[in-house]
Design a protein around this ligand. Structure first.
Ligand code: NOS
Length: 268
């Protein structure tokens, strides 16, 4: 905790004492900086207590953005369990956002599509998740422990997203995420198992952050981008470079959804 406070102090000293409307964690290939003006920038490596270096496709920077009249704290990059971190360490950005008094968190990620409608390019508002990481960010340390996750992901933003998605020709769905530890992609048999368990999409992230956000009392929206069909659903091999390319090519639509979300969610 002292390190989180030290990190928050550093962010305040660099960006000023800002009242953020929203924090966003940007997954592989996601870019929010292009939606707004960058007011401040800080490499993750400068933050006390930062758990690891960024992985390819993640720039590893904390940004202070102005998007229209909103202030956004953007984590351009995230921490994953497959970097050898605990789920608690992976949730570092959420604890930092909490220490900076942020109360709304948007979590984004590239995901593999499992259900028939989850084709590459589809955006998915998370309805729920299956935590198959074998770890929980609330394990081990101070309470709260027994946090209610029955309404973890906000659903009332769907209409404002759909209002933008329809006319813009953006495919928007709702779905359940399965989070696996990775870093290998899944086998076709594992994907079939996940489908039978009720998962629509699969990734190696988001869940530690979402659970920590619930424990910290932050409102959470999960927005995923299907970058590939999951293993066994396509003849093509899975490749992280293609995940990054698919993310980059969806940056225009993501910007539109992000602005709609900022406008509506922040005025609820
Ligand atoms: N990601 C995926 N994770 C699991 N299975 C998939 O099919 C998939 N597609 C995208 C790997 O490319 C990175 O993107 C996400 C994972 O969370 C991982 O960070």
């Amino acid at each position: 905790m002292p390190q989180i406070q030290a990190a928050a102090d550093l962010v305040r000293s660099r960006f000023g004492s800002i009242d953020y409307d929203l924090a966003v964690i940007l997954g592989s290939g996601f870019d929010a900086a292009s939606s707004g003006e960058v007011l401040g920038e800080l490499p993750f490596g400068d933050l006390p207590g930062v758990p690891a270096a960024p992985v390819p496709g993640h720039s590893g920077r904390l940004l202070c953005l102005r998007v229209r009249d909103r202030r956004v704290l953007a984590f351009a990059g995230r921490f994953h369990c497959y970097q050898g971190l605990s789920a608690r360490q992976a949730a570092f950005p959420v604890r930092l956002a909490k220490a900076l008094a942020v109360d709304r968190l948007l979590i984004t990620s590239a995901v593999g599509g499992i259900s028939r409608e989850m084709t590459p390019g589809t955006f998915v508002l998370l309805r729920d998740h299956l935590n198959l990481l074998g770890d929980n960010p609330l394990a081990g340390e101070v309470p709260p422990r027994f946090v209610d996750l029955s309404r973890l992901y906000r659903q009332d933003v769907f209409d404002c997203l759909a209002a933008v998605a329809g006319p813009a020709g953006i495919n928007l769905q709702r779905g359940v995420l399965a989070a696996l530890p990775g870093p290998s992609y899944e086998t076709p048999a594992e994907i079939e198992m996940l489908r039978r368990l009720g998962a629509d999409v699969v990734s190696m992230s988001m869940v530690p952050e979402a659970i920590m956000a619930a424990a910290c009392g932050l409102q959470v929206v999960g927005l995923a981008l299907v970058t590939n069909l999951a293993a066994g659903l396509t003849a093509a091999s899975l490749d992280h470079r293609e995940v990054l390319a698919a993310g980059a090519s969806a940056s225009g639509p993501f910007g539109q959804l992000f602005e709609a979300l900022l406008e509506n969610w922040c005025s609820f």
